[in-house]
Design a protein around this ligand. Structure first.
Ligand SMILES: C[S@@+](CC[C@H](N)C(=O)[O-])C[C@H]1O[C@@H](n2cnc3c(N)ncnc32)[C@H](O)[C@@H]1O
Length: 227
């Protein structure tokens, strides 16, 4: 099954139903507002917005947020949810992040709870560079490789394995893999696509990134147009 199918056919929502029921998008957006210094006048983009849970929370607080995703079924859900909010002007755009373009320019883009299995990061960073205003900022929230390795060491299971020499988590059931970058690798990749790394956090409480962190969260500023 391709990653796109996984997000389109209901499997993602079913597999994450427990997580999503317990998750607190309000807490996530409190972090986003603080870490990115969001103001209500800014034009914000939710990258890979899924069913729009963070857009909903931000719009209810008075922020202007559009979303982009390549899952038609999750975008449909997002549009339906947002219909309930009076005067909501959010647009839900169907595109792969790799080829995303927009007439609108954004001040900030956040890519929260990302799944990087089906994304070329160079292509995505190039697209995001082009849709951001000069000096715009991007936040990328990924799983911490340390948490993943700890989990695999503590839990006997057959679905996932970790290729340490390639720094790749392999999902044998769905035949997909994700490469985990170190902070210096992120810094270098960001620089190649016109971004300067500004901050790194290890969780949604803005604690520093350590080997105990559950997340790796990168914030970078667009300092040059991508070629
Ligand atoms: C784990 S979900 C997170 C959704 C949302 N950010 C949230 O926190 O609820 C990952 C999302 O990434 C989207 N996605 C994955 N690869 C993508 C790509 N190449 N282009 C656009 N969207 C993508 C999926 O459709 C899915 O909605």
């Amino acid at each position: 099954m391709s990653s796109r199918d996984y997000y389109n056919n209901g499997k993602y929502l079913a597999e994450h139903s427990d997580f999503l029921r317990k998750a607190d998008p309000q807490k996530d957006v409190t972090f986003l507002v603080k870490a990115l210094g969001l103001r209500k006048s800014l034009c914000i983009l939710d990258v890979a917005c899924g069913q729009g849970r963070h857009i909903e929370a931000l719009v209810k607080l008075g922020y202007c947020v559009d979303g982009v995703d390549y899952s038609t079924s999750l975008l449909k859900r997002a549009r339906e949810t947002m219909k309930q909010i009076p005067k909501c002007s959010s647009e839900f755009l169907y595109s792969s992040i790799e080829t995303f373009s927009s007439k609108k320019s954004y001040d900030v883009a956040y890519w929260f709870f990302s799944d990087l299995a089906d994304v070329s990061l160079p292509k995505a960073l190039k697209s995001l560079n082009c849709v951001l205003k000069h000096g715009g900022r991007i936040l990328i929230d990924t799983d911490s490789v340390f948490r993943i390795v700890r989990y695999l060491q503590e839990h006997q299971q057959r679905t996932f394995s970790f290729d340490a020499s390639a720094m790749e988590l392999i999902d044998k059931k769905n035949n997909v893999s994700v490469t985990y970058l170190t902070v210096p690798q992120w810094k270098e990749l960001m620089a190649q696509y016109g971004f300067r790394l500004e901050s790194v956090y290890g969780d949604y409480d803005m604690n520093p990134y350590t080997i105990k962190s559950p997340r790796l969260i990168i914030i970078a500023k667009q300092v040059a147009r991508a070629e």
